[in-house]
Design a protein around this ligand. Sequence first.
Ligand code: ADP
Length: 645
Amino acid sequence: MNVENEKDLLNLVMTAPIGICVLDAATLVCEMVNDTFIKVAGKPYEAIYGQYHWDSFAEVAPFYEAKMEYVVKEGKPVYCEEEEMMLIRHGREETIFITFVYMPLKNKEGKVKKVAVWVLENTMRVKERRAVQELNEELTVANEELAASNDELVTTRNKLQEALTEAEINRARVYEMIQSSPVAILVQRGEDLVIEEFNQPFLEIIGRDSSIKGKPSLEVMPELVGSPVIDLIYQTYRTGEEIKLTEVPITFNKYGKPYEGYFTVTYTALKENGQITGILQTGMEVTDQVHARSKAMQAEESLRAAIDAAQLGTFSVNTQTGELNAATRTKELFGFKPEDDITVAGCLNQVREDYRALVGSIFEKATTKGERAEVDFPVIGYHDGKLRWLRNVGQVQQISKHTGSIYTGVLLDITEQVQNEQRKNDFIGMVSHELKTPLTSMSGYLQMLKINAKNNEESFTNVLADKANKQVTKMTKLVNGFLNVSRLEAGKTYIEKTRFDMADLLKEVEQESEAMITSHRLIFHPVESTHVMADKDKIGQVINNLISNAVKYSHIGSTITVACIQKDGKAQVSVKDEGIGIKPEDKDKLFERYYRANNTTTTSIAGFGIGLYLCAEIIQRHDGSIWIETEEGKGSTFFFCLPVV
Ligand code: ADP
């Protein structure tokens, strides 16, 4: 999968103007939350992300907990519109109105895996609408009063005068109410829907000025002829039926340009003497909210599509209960069928035997110590017996006193990649192997040449033979290195563990090094008896490698110090030099195959970047660890640890 895109998509959801929060269905722990949600909640990010939902919203839990339970159990969404609730925001109790949805997100088998909470705060809107409702009621009352007054106008002369006065008072009241309303209001009269009254919010929505007064609506906005909203207005006008439209798209000309907006509107008939004489329209624009919601939904869909397209397997494990929640794709990757119920142990059992302990220990460390897990391993499919290489990346996401921690992981099928790698290794292995024979012969011929030169007292030939021999030795070392890599990768490197004393091994290395290295001052610290279960040859190889690197990457005559101490139940070996050191950015990659740090280009010291890789692999297979402390220009110390028996 293209990571950049995934990030972008996630970013879209994270910045959506609708509050989104995704909970794990089993634990109700928040796995994703965007800024808008945090804003609406009025609580710090840490109080929501990674927390049990009802811990974060304890004040409303008694009212909504059952609803959430229903969503998880029944797999059906729950919509709550403009709920009035008391929420503690920024440490204060606030009464707010919220429209929200608890949306179950299911896997392919229809099991609810997550619950998405979408929220939209409507406090302002509700307050405005309540004002409009009150206004509407007052308008109706005023209208009825008007009608009643009109009746009286017809019957009594005296009363006529009185009623007229009253009607004027009412009209003034109506006018005032319309003008002070924050909601757009329009009063139209007669068959032609002549514009009688309106307020500033209405003018702002349609982008006109007050010159529209007294004109037929369709003369002012001819673009609305034939549009469905006009039909509905006439429906109200003819039948008296009140029509409410939510988020209806309306296209009209605004400031001379076509404009499409979304509106929530109400059409109410205005009556005089029981006769419908006009239409009262109230409304507000909701374009931004509609766009925001559709954008957020698109982002969510794209994210899902991206996960599907990359065929990633996702899963989560409750570290307290051990319960595994796995996507169908995850099951597939282990060779299970979608309907199979699977467990962590069941999956681990499908990991190829030579990797099982390693994967188990990485998973264990990840779940108990919260370390990030990243591991490639082969699995044998449960039903299909197929060999697949998988890469798992995962981490414990959160810790809650209610639910324990949740490890969430992603699995990627890397079989093809591993096979290509394998082919390359086979090739390198084969070439290295083929090179060994001519090198051995060459070495033999050079020995003979040397003897011959000595016998004939040809000193120049002797010197050349020595130089050629050095080059052959160098090349043999290199070829052996490549052979070791290909053996290791083909799983043909066997670790033969025996119990031995590190003090003995260090003594042997010391004797060997002293005989070989004359260019540097070597100091071996005394070693206490420290027993380990390990492959003595391979550990010796690691120490020798670190010493020869120390020689290679430091100046002639400088000091190299080798030590082995017992620390925290481990044998810790260190090789310290006063050499060129390594830049901090190279530190993490040094142990990767074929990686050479930047210091080699500036110093032009030859090599292929396989020595440290082999060291790290050997140490890893002993359940040990290897690391470096270094400062550029000052020197480096390489450390490794092995468990003590
Ligand atoms: P090689 O020495 O053949 O390049 P290694 O795997 O042994 O391969 O080392 C990898 C890289 O680590 C080297 O290329 C070098 O940049 C750096 N390196 C290793 N040991 C030291 C050291 N003691 N001091 C400085 N740099 C080192």
